[in-house]
Design a protein around this ligand. Structure first.
Ligand code: AMP
Ligand code: MG
Length: 348
């Protein structure tokens, strides 16, 4: 996939009013800024990316970040013929880059920890639905069953950078790549001497520190029932806020129903286990991205059980009957700006 650098006129992270909800394809936004910021907008990984950095080294940090994004896209893309993932899928074995190895190992780990809700070997199923080409259609049951019989992330063999896939198994890192990318941007910017910055990669937000005045960033999360509007705001410093939602990519089938891009490995159909949006807030973009997708598949009860035993992150879940659930770690900064009822989830 080639890069396009776009000038996004309605940059969410440069909105100036508190509840500004600028038009954009992003699913989360930062609603406040100020000071002497440098901005950079990129279209990569099939999504709009906005970056904002403060301080003397901001421009260099943004330039380095752009280079980093280009490198990661060319390594991790499933459709780019030069990527190690493309080669791996084509040949059934290959030497992957260090970044791809980190992602594959993390995907297997989160697959194990979520009972297989996250399964990066779903790629052939995603292709059959047309989610990779936008040539959408509801698959034939028999074809889907055949494809599903080869889906099993446990069949991926990885040792260092050497990966082997059984026949008919292909992988796609789309569920975690953006979180890994925002982690990497944070590392790059910190190494460049920036201590106040925020990025939004298609609505997945991550920040270094707080705003230049020391206060927290205010990040809004989209209303899955009305994706042009925001539903809540959380305040963060040094954290990632990563959302998976059924409104992000979907098509309407001949039967009039909507079908979205997050697939349940149990039946090969779009995951429909009671949640329409999952947002994870934590230190690691990679972990948050993996969990947001996995919890969307697993449903609320399993997500809450996981959170209670792990405790290293916070989350905001929206159920398909229109209720928001958010964890107690963000209770002080969580602001509901929707008409939905919001309930706090306690550890015990
Ligand atoms: P996200 O937007 O982070 O939730 O990731 C969604 C993307 O992950 C989809 O576009 C697919 O490429 C991929 N995907 C869909 N369902 C799954 C799943 N159950 N496990 C792993 N990857 C998935
Ligand atoms: Mg994800």
């Amino acid at each position: 996939m080639s890069f396009k650098y776009l000038c996004i006129s309605a940059l969410l992270i440069s909105c100036t009013s508190l509840l500004c909800s600028c038009s954009s394809p992003l699913s989360s936004s930062v609603t406040e800024s100020g000071g002497d910021a440098q901005n950079l907008d990129v279209f990569a990984m099939n999504t709009y990316m906005s970056m904002k950095a403060y301080g003397d080294n901001a421009q260099k940090a943004l330039d380095d970040s752009r280079e980093l994004i280009m490198r990661l896209e060319s390594e991790l893309s499933v459709t780019d013929e030069g990527s190690c993932i493309y080669e791996l899928n084509k040949n059934g074995k290959g030497t992957v880059t260090d970044s791809a190895a980190v992602l594959i190992n993390k995907a297997v780990e989160i697959g194990d920890r979520t009972g297989g809700a996250l399964d990066i070997s779903l790629y052939p199923v995603l292709k059959e639905w047309g989610f990779t080409t936008e040539d959408y259609h509801i698959p034939d049951d028999k074809i889907l069953a055949d494809l599903l019989s080869d889906v099993d992330y446990k069949s991926i063999s990885i040792s260092g950078n050497e990966v082997t896939l059984p026949e008919n198994v292909q992988i796609d890192l789309g569920a975690l790549a953006k979180g890994y990318t925002s982690d990497s941007i944070m590392e790059q910017m910190s190494a460049d001497g920036v201590d106040s910055a925020i990025v939004s990669l298609g609505g997945n937000v991550q920040a270094i520190g707080g705003k230049p005045d020391g206060s927290a960033w205010k990040v809004s999360v989209r209303d899955p029932f009305a994706p042009d509007t925001d539903m809540c705001i959380v305040e963060i410093k040094d954290k990632a806020v990563i959302t998976s939602g059924n409104y992000e990519r979907f098509f309407t089938g001949d039967d009039g129903k909507n079908y979205w891009h997050i697939i349940d490995p149990a039946d090969g159909y779009p995951a429909d286990n009671g949640l329409v949006s999952t947002t994870i807030i934590g230190d690691s973009g990679l972990e948050c991205d993996a969990l947001s997708t996995a919890f969307f598949v697993a449903g609320k009860d399993k997500a809450v059980d996981y959170w209670r035993s792990d405790r290293s992150f916070d989350m905001i879940l929206v159920s398909d009957d229109g209720k928001i659930y958010y964890t107690e770690g963000i209770a002080d900064s969580f602001k509901n700006i929707s008409s939905m009822e919001a309930e706090v989830l306690r550890l015990d």
